[in-house]
Design a protein around this ligand. Sequence first.
Ligand code: GUN
Ligand code: ZN
Length: 443
Amino acid sequence: MTDSLIRGRLLSFKRAPLAMTDTDSYLYEHDGALLVSGGRITATGDYAQVKAQATADVEEIDHRPHLILPGLIDTHVHFPQMQVIASYAGNLLEWLNTYTFPEECRFVESDHATRIATHFYDEFLRHGTTTAVAYCSVHKTSADAFFAEAMKRNMCMVGGKVMMDRNAPQGLLDTAEMGYDETRAVIAEWHGKGRNHVAITPRFAITSTPGQMKAAEALAQEFPDLFIQTHLSENHDEIKYTAELYPEATDYTDIYARYGLLGKKTLLGHAIHLSEREADALSEAGSIAVHCPTSNLFLGSGLFPLKALRRREKPVRVSVATDIGGGSSYSMLKTMDEAYKIQQLLGERLNPLESYYLMTRGNAEALGMEADIGTLDIGSMADLVILDAGSTPAMRLRMETVKTLPEELFLLQTMGDDRAVVETYVAGKAMKTGLGGDEMQTG
Ligand code: GUN
Ligand code: ZN
């Protein structure tokens, strides 16, 4: 493969920005370029200087005046819920029982799982997302389809076969033993293949018996390097029912702690209604509270105190995510737009630099993957998104009055969606062009 020189306005974060004026927290290169060789970034910075390091046969791609950012990262999605999005429900448990569980039953069929996997990756690439952390269904077939398609596209993906052995339709239940055996099989077949990472995935305490939680604990002990993902404190009725099912636990967080599931590689979806004790416990464990703003608003679950959790004396690590299909958009831009509004309602300010940090380097740090993804640093994989803040007539008009980079980023976040994504690169390869959106079956 020949090297490529990708030219545009580079933006990459070095650390979390402390304020809108914190220009040291990021690198911005107005006429910048990335040299990409073997899928990785081998030079970065000023165009003329980077070009000087390229060979004569380098393929040059000019994205000026657009922005080049690291590919966006989504830390909580449900692969089998593409046909659940926009389901009309009053709350989480009604939504799960009425729409989500019946839909996930279909993933026992590998043809169905394979078809949806194609659309899943098409949709993420269309929205500029190059890495996602996903729940598959309870069926091993769904994890097989998920990881096979990720490998075809050379994408860095984290996923897990969901473990669930109660409180759901029969077609969606495993047993403690099956959950253990099939998760082991998924690890053996997929973990470390291509850019795949397997996560141990007990869905949440309501759908796992104590016996299955023990099986998850055994997996966590046998495979300490694996991610663990589950849901925590999303909805008040959920929290109440969970307490009834695990009366011996101090609180919801304590259930996962008792089964050895809280560690630095644990991602806890939602985690909205935490007590101070629970926030301390997450902080001490180094576990990550995953903010899913569009979902939390759509299902009426609550307002996640992102800023308050981060600035505690014992800060809680956070990441951001769409939570498709409780979430209502595949776009991380839209996700951060909703995250911003939630902070507004809580009397807090989430500035645009923080938003772009969170969906790139911040999420990569939450996954401990910042050496590979989430930045434009030398040595990083060339997973990139090209963004155009003037992608619609209304945005172009507003751009006429935009004077600073933070203003431009804020406009992109507030009005942007998949139309703002000019191109998405995975390991240096342009992936968005030619996606088969028109081939979608409508019947
Ligand atoms: N809690 C348990 N399962 C789910 C799910 O699929 N979506 C959401 N939003 N919450 C959950
Ligand atoms: Zn979820």
